[in-house]
Write a protein that binds this ligand. Structure first.
Ligand code: GLV
Ligand code: MN
Ligand code: MN
Ligand code: MN
Length: 419
């Protein structure tokens, strides 16, 4: 019997998972829409507070929408705790696991540690450090456009003024959305929330197929590719779809379409990643040439120089095409995340504790990466995803692999809490 699956309430992964699973799920697609500070997301946070309450944890919040539930917050010890956790928001029609798996696993791992389960490290000395379970705000950037918004503000990686200027698709300012949800607002660095932890460990569903191919349930992360978002605005001239001769048009959709093809080709040639996954068109009429196309480029590459060169080349080709089409191009950077190499000593310690699991690079962004970039020793565990699909309803992890993840997390936290 695993530590996580011992069945009594409080340490039953399945019960935790089942309570969270229906929240924000769209029955038609099977995907999740847990956008920050909307009712579905608030319900997820209520679930988090309830589960923390059941365990007598003390929930603290900063002014950026981040939450931490503490076990044994020793008032005399203000630094050096261990923090785990992830996020509860989702992309549009996202999977069930991206984010929530790390939070549910954190509660289950804590239960296992408290129960002194074998997998949590029988014989390990009693914890001498506090343990925090964190939920970071707006990790996906699905509502306000900047991914890992909560952890960026918390660590000072994002200027509060920049965040104050963010609006959702309906024009609602970030701070209004937070206030309407009853969230205390005081944007900016909040070092007290995590209390300068000695380690942060985020467990996350794997977002590719590496573990399925390797036949292993759990991996440790090595690094995160640098990545960013750029808003391309293609301006043209609206006109009649029937009476305007093809040669007389200034059609920004055409410039956008050629740019999307160029970005795809460039990424294939350079072993990078480019995606235009979000587009808004004005006036958005079937029988009118568009006046404006806004398209968001998500670009990622193995190193920062390659990413810079990639985006510059796409911008150049878009500009050339705009000249040919008689359209206008503006490019606005919206977010940027540097390459992150996770703390090597912590990674080696985690890997040693877990018996040398696979070590993987990832192209996906995570709050653990933002904390690592801010100098906090951080590590990640990935749990096998047999479909290899993520940011989509097909994202999956077998129950046995989820429990293996909990056992791994409990073992790692037990080790870190002891010294
Ligand atoms: C977040 O999940 C990202 O990498 O886009
Ligand atoms: Mn994600
Ligand atoms: Mn995630
Ligand atoms: Mn992410």
């Amino acid at each position: 019997m695993t530590a996580a699956g011992s069945g009594s309430f409080g340490n039953d992964f399945e019960q935790l998972w089942k309570a969270l699973a229906p929240i924000g799920r769209d029955d038609r697609t099977g995907g999740y829409r847990r956008y920050s500070w909307t009712p579905a997301h608030q319900e997820c946070e209520r679930w988090f507070r309830d589960e923390a309450g059941r365990r007598d944890l003390t929930v603290e919040a900063d002014g950026n929408g981040n939450l931490v539930a503490w076990w044994r917050p020793d008032p005399a010890r203000v630094t050096g705790g261990v923090v785990t956790g992830s996020h509860l928001d989702s992309v549009p029609d996202g999977g069930a696991y991206d984010g929530p798996l790390g939070v549910v696993s954190a509660f289950a791992a804590l239960d296992a540690i408290r129960a002194g389960g074998a997998a949590a490290g029988a014989g390990a000395s009693a914890p001498t450090r506090p343990l925090g379970i964190a939920v970071f705000a707006e990790e996906e950037g699905a509502r306000f456009g900047v991914p890992c918004l909560g952890s960026r503000l918390l660590t000072g990686a994002l200027e509060p003024d920049r965040a104050r200027g963010l609006r959702d698709a309906d024009g609602v300012p970030l701070t209004d959305a937070m206030e309407r949800a009853g969230v205390p607002v005081d944007l900016g660095p909040a070092p007290g929330l995590l209390r300068a932890p000695s380690a942060f460990v985020e467990l996350h569903v794997e977002q590719g197929r590496a573990l399925a191919d390797l036949g292993a349930p759990v991996a440790v992360a090595r690094d995160i590719w640098p990545h960013g978002r750029w808003r391309f605005e293609f301006g043209g001239r609206a006109d009649h779809a029937g009476t305007t001769a093809m040669a007389d048009r200034h059609d920004p959709m055409l410039t956008y379409a050629m740019t999307a093809l160029a970005a795809n080709k460039r990424a294939r040639l350079t072993n990078a990643r480019t995606t235009f996954g979000r587009v808004r068109v004005e006036p958005n009429a079937t029988n009118a040439v568009p006046s404006l196309v806004r398209a968001w480029l998500d670009a990622r590459a193995a190193d920062e120089a390659s990413l810079d060169a990639l985006v510059e080349e796409i911008r150049r080709q878009a500009g050339d095409r705009a000249q040919r089409d008689g359209t206008r191009l503006e490019v606005h950077p919206e977010s940027w995340t540097p390459r992150v190499e996770f703390d090597v000593r912590l990674r080696d310690r985690v890997a040693a504790r877990l018996g040398s699991p696979p070590v993987l690079s990832t192209q996906a962004g995570h709050d653990a990466g933002i904390l690592a970039a801010a100098g906090i020793p951080a590590a990640m565990l990935f749990v096998r995803n047999p479909t290899g699909v993520s940011h989509a309803p097909e994202e999956y992890a077998e129950p046995a692999d989820c429990l293996a993840g909990v056992d791994a997390l409990a073992a790692v936290l037990t080790d870190l809490l002891a010294g």
